[in-house]
Design a binder for this molecule. Structure first.
Ligand code: NDP
Length: 329
């Protein structure tokens, strides 16, 4: 059966970078037909319509249709997958409260439209920033849809972390696993290498041989490099990361639907795991089993790691308090 995929902000850069890969089968597989619904605000409609024309011209065998709309009720009708990419960027002089309020005006109505119109099995992945809290706003507005169906993207952070570790170990990235991101998709995120493996073997000794004081390397080099990679891309490329963000969103949904053979990272609702307050959308080490994210349990966090997780979780709590104060959840 054809799957309906809704992409918001589809006329933007990340949308443009993901549409053609989804149509080619990179997200749901080479035997799954897809119907794309592109949601835009009126100013973005031209760009989305142009992308729809190009999708037609791609003559993708798996693509059963493309619709462009500025009406969330139409966009989410029957959606099995919703990629919420469009968000309000932080403008000059904008305070965090203004940003959260502007995004509440986007993600609240989208959550309501998802509850009213999407398929009961809808899987929602929020890309637009602040992704974790936007996912929380959408989930809170989506009466009757289990919170487990709303997630925030932290896979780009994980991909960046794995790539940095692979570079440090002079090895192809595919061999490096178990580098989860904890916390918020923000500068406070904690990319955790304490369980990382290379071809299934722990990397601790190799890192110690390469860097001596591994903790100092993590604090001074690895973590800042991963957390500030977005800024590095802007500096080098002249604009923000686009294709890597789109690719990570595709990785996230593909693994969610088809399952993982090892850990990955996703912002998922907390039920109190690792002391993270219930209800927050927080990034954890996860596996996808039978179409459901499961938080990896029983991991040891030493005091240093615990403090880093706590700092990022504190930021998520503050964001939740701010949107609560604004009446958005
Ligand atoms: P992009 O497509 O480049 O980015 C879209 C969102 O993804 C932004 O919130 C951006 O956050 C976020 N993002 C998450 N991770 C990353 C990353 N690693 N690198 C870069 N961005 C990341 O933005 P455009 O301005 O090109 O496009 C946005 C589109 O959304 C526009 O066409 C606009 O019209 C549309 N829009 C649609 C809405 C809707 O459908 N209702 C609502 C609002 C906007 P950050 O800002 O932090 O970089």
């Amino acid at each position: 059966m054809t799957k309906t995929i809704t992409i918001t902000g589809a006329g933007g850069q990340i949308g443009y970078a993901m549409l053609f890969r989804i149509a080619a089968g990179d997200m749901l597989g080479s035997d799954e037909h897809v119907r794309l619904r592109l949601l835009e605000i009126p100013q973005g409609m031209g760009a989305a319509e142009g992308a729809a024309l190009e999708l037609q011209d791609g003559a993708f065998a798996l693509l059963d249709g493309v619709e462009v709309t500025d009406d969330p009720a139409v966009a989410f009708d029957g959606a099995n997958i919703a990629l919420l990419v469009g968000a309000r960027p932080r403008g000059p002089g904008m305070e965090r409260g203004d940003l959260l309020a502007a995004n509440g005006g986007i993600f609240g109505p989208q959550g309501r439209a998802i509850a009213a119109h999407a398929a009961s099995d809808v899987r929602v992945a929020v890309v637009g920033n602040p992704a974790n809290t936007n996912a929380l706003i959408a989930s809170s507005a989506a009466d009757g849809v289990p919170a487990e169906q709303f997630t925030a993207l932290t896979r780009l952070d994980e991909n960046r972390a794995r790539a940095q570790l692979a570079q440090a170990l002079h090895t192809p990235v595919g061999a490096v696993r178990r580098v989860p991101i904890w916390g918020n998709h923000s500068a406070t995120q904690f990319p955790d290498i304490s369980h990382a493996t290379l071809d299934g073997e722990p990397v601790a000794e190799r890192l110690a041989a390469a860097f001596g004081d591994v903790r100092a390397w993590q604090e001074q080099t690895f973590i800042p490099r991963v957390a500030k990679r977005g800024a590095e891309i802007i500096e080098v490329r002249g604009s923000s990361s686009v294709a890597s963000a789109a690719s990570a969103a595709i990785d996230h949904v593909r693994d969610w639907v088809h399952g993982t053979d090892d850990w990955t990272s996703a912002g998922v609702v907390s039920h109190g795991e690792y002391g993270v307050p219930e209800g927050l959308i927080c990034s954890f080490p996860v596996r996808a089993v039978d179409g459901t994210w499961r938080i990896v349990d029983g991991l040891e966090l030493d005091d240093w790691a615990r403090a880093r997780v706590d700092a990022s979780v504190t930021e998520l709590v503050e964001e939740r308090e701010a949107v609560r104060a604004l009446g958005l959840i």
